[in-house]
Design a binder for this molecule. Structure first.
Ligand code: CUA
Length: 377
């Protein structure tokens, strides 16, 4: 039996059968339901429990635009390459689909056609050669440009005087250590603005304290993984001041989504000022002495450091200059005294699954502790 007729018969039979029409209806409905539920999930998932702890408003003030609006050297080169590859592949797509569409319309079966197959052609050296050589050339160009970009990004030489930062991924927060400057901070990375004429890049050494994470700030650079027992490196040289949002990009446990990064890019004088402030020890001894006592006499000190106190823990973020940071819990909440009280009282309310336990402090102790913590500027 001839293929076209078989197909036509099959089509007619299934097209008339009630059961198959019904099953198409069910699948269409399932698809619509799937899209609706995905849309709904996207709407409700972000502020878990209906509360976003001030983060929605805070993040809306930060200029958006992701991978295609870079403000830093490696991201810029990667974006240029992406546009080039997109342009080449879009041209191929348009040509191939244009020809396909033309053929489908121009050579479609018409009622006046004679009911027989058209003439069959086999073999054409010119066509075979063309559709082997042209794709080969295109792939060769794409490979060359990609290799060049990879070499530029990964083979970049470190200029003298570059800022070094050790980035250590934890479940679920970021530790930033500036070994040359004697600074330890968390979740908010400060880097100086880099003048393209005299670049002052920041070199990041990526490590992990537990599982694999991935450091990704789309407007500054591509993703690089943080892998236990391995050191990866990357660099950024931002040429526009501002705050840039990033995200852990490797699933690392329940709060992977709440492992946000903020990068503060500021002109050199402002950066130096920040450095000087971070190097100061914690607040003076006298203020809010009882709150400090609560901190020092509880398990807080086994996880957190506050320079100048008995707290030397390294399991959790360094809190010496806690109030110089905009957020709590790695981007879970805006850093305000009210949020801080909720966070210390019951961290799981803001970040379910967080490894910091609720300390079950009395209301008095909690009030005094937070009153002392807000002096950690
Ligand atoms: Cu860390 Cu995902």
């Amino acid at each position: 039996m001839n293929l076209a007729r078989t197909l036509r018969m099959g089509y007619t039979v299934s097209g008339n059968s009630r059961s198959s029409r019904k099953s198409i209806g069910i699948w269409r409905r399932r698809l619509i339901e799937l899209f609706l539920s995905l849309g709904y999930a996207a709407l409700v998932a972000v502020p878990a429990g209906g509360e976003d702890w001030g983060m929605g408003a805070a993040n809306r003030q930060i200029a958006r635009g992701a991978v295609f609006s870079p403000v830093s050297a490696p991201a810029g080169e990667i974006a240029t390459l992406s546009w080039f590859i997109l342009a080449v592949t879009a041209a191929i797509f348009l040509i191939v689909f244009g020809l396909l569409l033309y053929s489908v319309v121009r050579f479609r079966a018409r009622a006046t056609d004679e009911p027989r197959e058209p003439a069959q052609l086999y073999g054409s050296n010119q066509i075979e050669f063309a559709w082997t050589a042209i794709p080969l050339l295109i792939v060769f160009v794409l490979v060359l440009t990609t290799i060049r970009t990879i070499y530029d990004v990964q083979g970049a030489m470190e200029p003298p005087g570059a800022i070094h930062v050790r980035v250590i991924g934890h479940q679920w927060w970021w530790e930033f250590r500036y070994p040359d400057l004697g600074i330890v901070t968390a979740n908010e990375l400060h880097v100086p603005l880099s003048d393209p004429a005299h670049p002052t890049p920041t070199w990041l050494q990526l490590e992990s304290a537990d599982v694999a994470h991935s450091f990704w700030v789309p407007r500054l650079a591509g993703k690089t993984d943080l892998i236990p027992n391995k050191i990866n490196t990357m660099w950024v040289a931002p040429h526009q001041a501002g705050i840039y949002l990033g995200q852990c990009a490797e699933f690392c446990g329940t709060q992977h989504a709440m492992m946000l990064i903020r990068v503060v890019v500021e002109p050199r004088p402002a950066f130096d000022q920040w450095v000087a402030a971070q190097r100061q020890p914690a607040v003076s001894q006298s203020v809010e002495a009882h709150g400090r006592q609560v901190f020092e006499s509880n398990a807080c000190v086994s996880c957190h450091s506050v320079r100048g106190t008995r707290g030397h823990g390294t399991y959790g973020p360094d809190l010496t200059h806690l109030m110089s940071r905009q957020t709590l819990g790695s981007g879970a909440a805006l850093n305000t005294p009210e949020h801080l009280k909720i966070w210390v009282g019951d961290p799981g309310r803001m970040k379910p699954g967080v490894l910091m336990p609720a300390m079950n402090l009395s209301k008095n102790d909690l009030d005094d502790l937070v009153a002392w913590m807000v002096t950690l500027k």
